[in-house]
Design a protein around this ligand. Structure first.
Ligand code: FES
Ligand SMILES: [Fe+2]
Length: 344
């Protein structure tokens, strides 16, 4: 069913999709900002609660499909790691060869073991050097590594949240000049949605906050004025993850998982998995076209995160005395000096 409505700026939009439950409606003539609702103290309180949750030492590395038969180097929480696949299974180790410290990510994989580029030492699950291996977990979409040390060690798996059974998925990985908490804080402020990402969200209303979740009604632009409106909820399952789940309307059960993995102090990898689901008949056909659809999902996610990274970097920069972060001629410059497009 197609209905008409007004967007954030009072411009006409067309809405399609399933009916949503009655809720406080938008005052469609209201063009005031959301700054009165976006309470910095409340956002900080929600962040503080999330930061207290256990992660059991687990960090997201990357999309599962981006780790293959070649060793790939990562830095997580100031530790150099190398990841590869052994008979299809994820393997992660320190990226320093136990012999003389060569970067194993510069080596190659042979029979499931990584071979050091300096003197040919082999490292793998069967090489008798298990001590150099780290616990890892592949959830089918994302690869995780556990960095617990000494007495901290537990046998917990990473904290996973419900996902659709057979989603169309896309995963992006970006690096931002901030701390993981700045990434989570960005998503704990849904009030910025239609102001900062007007190209994607025609209008957005926070319906309520219940302890550990925020419920939002948002109209996604499908094409220009054509939008689909859904209800979604945001919650943090661990201190470095925030998950958006569609709870009413089109695509119920679809999720967007945003993970913030510290690289070194002041640098964070944002790894975001979009897992789309739908009851529509055409979805099964679309699922088969995942490789064609995935680039569009990832392009949209990246577009939002270019802006949200600027938000997170700005928050980080404001905490740093004497650092360079400035807005000049409409472009946001982060400390790394990369121009980022702001809200246009
Ligand atoms: S440094 Fe790796 S084998 Fe010598
Ligand atoms: Fe955002």
């Amino acid at each position: 069913m197609l209905t008409s409505g007004l967007d954030r700026d009072g411009r006409g939009i067309l809405l399609f999709g399933k009916d949503l439950p009655r809720a406080e409606t938008f005052d469609e003539s209201d063009q005031r900002g959301t700054y009165k609702q976006a309470n910095p103290a409340a956002i900080q309180k929600a962040l503080d609660q999330a930061l207290k949750l256990p992660a059991f030492g687990w960090y997201v590395l990357d999309a599962s499909r981006r780790i293959g038969d070649k060793p790939k180097g990562y830095i997580v929480d100031s530790r150099e790691l190398v990841a590869w696949r052994c008979d299809g299974a994820l393997a992660v180790a320190r990226n320093a060869c136990p012999h003389m410290g060569a970067p194993l990510s510069a080596g190659r994989v042979c029979d499931g073991e990584v071979v050091c580029p300096w003197h040919g030492l082999r490292l793998g699950k069967t090489s008798g050097r298990e001590k150099s291996m780290l616990r890892s977990y592949d959830d089918g979409i994302l690869s995780w590594v556990c960095l617990q040390e000494g007495d901290e060690k537990t046998e917990h798996d990473p904290v996973l949240t419900p996902r659709p059974d057979l989603p169309i998925d896309g995963v992006i990985r970006m690096i931002a000049r901030c701390e993981p908490s700045d990434v989570i804080a960005n998503r704990l402020d849904p009030w910025h949605g239609s102001w900062f990402h007007y190209h994607t969200f025609a209008r957005l209303k926070v319906l309520g906050e219940t302890g550990d979740a925020i419920r939002v009604r948002v109209a996604f632009r499908v094409f220009k004025r054509l939008c689909v409106e859904v209800d979604c909820s945001f919650h943090c399952p661990d201190p470095r993850t925030i998950v958006m789940t569609i709870v009413d309307g089109e695509g119920v059960g679809s999720v967007v998982e945003t993970h913030a993995t510290p690289i070194v102090p002041g640098f964070t990898a944002i790894i975001e998995a979009t897992l789309a689901d739908s009851e529509r008949i055409g979805f099964k056909v679309a699922k088969r076209l995942t490789p064609l659809i995935r680039p569009f999902i990832e392009r949209n996610a990246r577009r939002l995160w270019v802006e949200d990274a600027a938000y997170a970097e700005r928050k980080y920069a404001l905490r740093q005395e004497g650092q360079k972060a400035f807005v000049e001629d409409g472009d946001w410059y982060a400390i790394v000096g990369t121009p980022r497009r702001g809200n246009r």
